[in-house]
Ligand binder design. Sequence first.
Ligand code: SAH
Ligand code: SF4
Length: 313
Amino acid sequence: MRTLPPSARRHLGETYAFSTVATHLKRVADHGQTVKYLLRLEDGRTIETVVMHYDASSRSRARTTICVSSQVGCPIGCSFCATGRSGFDRNLSQAEIVDQFLMASRDLGEGQRSLTNVVFMGMGEPLNNYAAVVGAIRRWAAPDTLNFSPRRVTISTIGLVPFIERLSAEGLPVNLAISLHAPDDELRSSMIPVNRKYPIAAIIGAARAHAERTGRRVSYEYVLLQGVNDSVEQAGRLAALVKHRLSHVNLIPMNPVEGSPLAPPSKHRAQAFRSTLQAAGISTTIRATRGLDIDAACGQLRARQPQAVLSPA
Ligand code: SAH
Ligand code: SF4
């Protein structure tokens, strides 16, 4: 705002916060295709945001996806997740969610690339912070702000059924990703405690209804854990569960988490799992792992950075 006199600029700077997030650390991997930010909030707590560039292919246009956080930590406590293991601090405000997008947009600058997609796959369970998450999506979408379509937003959830139902009733055409990870309730409850409250059948019922109501695809996320949920027999049972219109399965070889004995399966075993699903008529992809060398997976950058040794970006 160089048209304002210095005293007015100083006054504005001292009186108003222009962003609720500040870059504390920025790391680049995959030859510039993955950028991971550790952001500092006004109370000194930190969250992660990741930007991933994908080149155009024969099947899709080039896109730039931002992975945003919805909470500081996560109260759900899944056994395979670095965020879950680090506990829960607090919800993010709507502004802190909105500002992750604005910060990354500014950092991309005036170049060729701009953000084309948002996924709520950073830290936290988005449906556990419902009002702030839906408020942020509406704010991005408002014609007088960014005009960013909810069709380009994906909410990933562990399956909080009443909030999936509430979301379907909002009239927001957002995409849903359901973190399923197991083909039966006994195994799922041992990995994800909240499954005892909202079992698989109820979650898939709500996800199906959302797909029917909005016409948006539901993707089922499935973290492959060696010797736990990765057999072809389990793939067969998974196929029977998710066989419905607008359904897609995304297999994610587990990113190792420090201090956990859980590990990803071999490539061969992951392929066999995928082939079983495809033979049953389920559209299935194996997610390419991004930014392993910068710990770009759910909660892992923060988990490895004791606050005292962080250097400013
Ligand atoms: N709480 C929401 C969103 C954040 S997690 C949810 O669970 O869906 C985003 C994705 O990262 C989920 O699909 C989750 O299962 C996955 N994830 C968590 N820990 C992981 C790990 N160690 N390796 C690979 N993916 C992981
Ligand atoms: Fe929370 Fe999702 Fe991690 Fe589970 S996988 S602990 S719900 S962030």
